[in-house]
Structure formats: C-alpha cells, structure tokens
Design a protein around this ligand. Structure first.
Ligand SMILES: [Mg+2]
Length: 254
C-alpha cells in the first residue's frame, strides 16, 4: 500500500455513529498525531462552527482542534471569496454558515442580495424560502453548501440540506452551485489547507456517494470504510471503485 502523507477524514459513519464512538478510527487518528501526519476532518454538516465539531471529537478522545476541522460552510465562504463575490449575501442556514460567511467578510443582508447561499436550516420557514426565491428571480446567484437529501439519525432518515435546497431550485428553475462532497470544490480546498501534495493525500469516508466520489472527482486516492452508510454489496454495482476498502481503520498499517 502507498505511503500517504496527508488524510482527509469524514466524520459521521467514519469517526462516530451519532453519539457512539468508532474506536478503531479514534486510535487511527491518535496514531496520525503521534507520527506528525497531517489530517483534516471534512464534513458536509454546515450547521456548526469548527470549534463545536472539535469539542465533540475531543470529548470522544480524538486529538483535534478547530484547525483540524473543515466544514462545507467554510468551503462555501472560501469559494465565494475566490469568485470575488460581492459582499451582500442572503443566507439561509444555521450558526455554522452565518459565522463562516461573516468571518470571510461578507455582509448578510435581507434585501438587495447578490448571492443566495443556502445550507441546512432546521428552523426553515416559508418566509425564508420566499425571500430566497425572490432574490434568485431578481438575479442573485444561487450557491448551496451540500446536496445531501437525507440525514441518517437514530430516528431514521430526516430531510437533509439538499431536500430544503430543492424547494428553491424547483421554485426558481435555477440549480445552485454545490460546494460539499461529492463536489471536488471542498476537497480541493481541504487539500490546500492540509498542505500535502494531491498524490500523497487520501480521502477516507464511509459513504461512496459523497466521500469517495468527492475523492474521485478531485483526482485523489480514496479509502472506503465499511463502518457507516455504504456496504460491500453496494460496491458490486459500482464502476469507479475506491482505491482502498477496509472493514475498519484498525486494518490501516501506518
Ligand atoms: Mg459519513
């Protein structure tokens, strides 16, 4: 197996399942830290700031600071900066998205928006969707944090960001630019943050449709762990396979 020098790691289904730790993954990251190998947790969850994500990981015994976390809200803010986007954004989302946009210097507005940026919003209302739709119809560009349609939880599959975003796409006929996995945008930015060469970087995750495709789309190697969403059986019908597969990260020989 190739000697990778940098690791992009998914969270839910890879490091933990809801509130339950995945011990093999935690030990793996502890080894990365001990060997000074850089790693970055890459998540499509746009709702929380990186410090909150880090706190959850630390409570599970994962060596982690806010600098080890890269959320799709941060990637979205970076993407808008790279576009030299105007500073006026109508944002629909939660704290993680608002903070990331403000930290990048954007002004969050209710009227005269040049961009509508949407992520997961568990307090979505008809009024927010109405404003978003009207801004888009008035020419605002439409950017979305991620397209995940369903959120796996203890209660079952709940509506994800992609489901809420689809209301705006259907209403306006405009498909947004998506930033999160499986899009390469978030992975390309994460590699830049990590600072390793593309060919030395490995994307690790449990979900073929998001994590692995994001790695493939960004042109880097990928490792699918069977601790979450995708099963061995799922892979039987897939053409572009991940570079590596493992039952758990306990099999990874660092
Ligand atoms: Mg996952």
């Amino acid at each position: 197996m190739k000697n990778y020098k940098g690791f992009l790691i998914d969270l839910d289904g890879t490091m933990y399942k809801g509130t339950e730790k995945i011990q093999a993954a935690i030990s793996f990251v502890q080894q990365l830290q001990a060997q000074d190998l850089p790693y970055l947790f890459v998540t499509n969850n746009s709702t929380k700031p990186p410090s909150d994500v880090a706190a959850k990981l630390v409570s599970m015994g994962v060596p982690c600071t806010a600098d080890h976390v890269f959320t799709t809200s941060m990637a979205t803010a970076n993407y808008l900066k790279e576009q030299n986007a105007s500073r006026k954004i109508y944002a629909i989302g939660e704290e993680g998205l608002y903070l990331a946009l403000e930290a990048a210097g954007f002004e969050l507005v209710e009227s005269d928006a040049d961009f509508v940026v949407m992520g997961m919003d568990r307090d979505i209302t008809y009024e927010k969707l109405t404003r978003g739709a009207l801004h888009i119809r008035n020419g605002a560009k439409f950017v979305a944090t991620n397209g995940d349609v369903a959120l796996p939880t203890e209660r079952g599959f709940l509506p994800g960001a992609g489901s809420l975003i689809s209301v705006l796409s259907v209403t306006t006929g405009v498909t947004p630019t998506f930033i999160g996995k499986p899009e390469p945008i978030i992975v390309e930015q994460a590699i830049e943050v990590l600072g390793t060469a593309k060919e030395d970087t490995l994307m690790i995750g449990d979900n073929y449709a998001t994590d692995i495709l994001a790695g493939i789309n960004a042109g880097i190697d990928s490792l699918l762990v069977f601790t979450g969403v995708t099963t061995k059986k799922d892979l039987e019908t897939i053409d572009k396979l991940p570079t590596l597969t493992m039952d758990s990260l306990a099999e990874y020989d660092l």
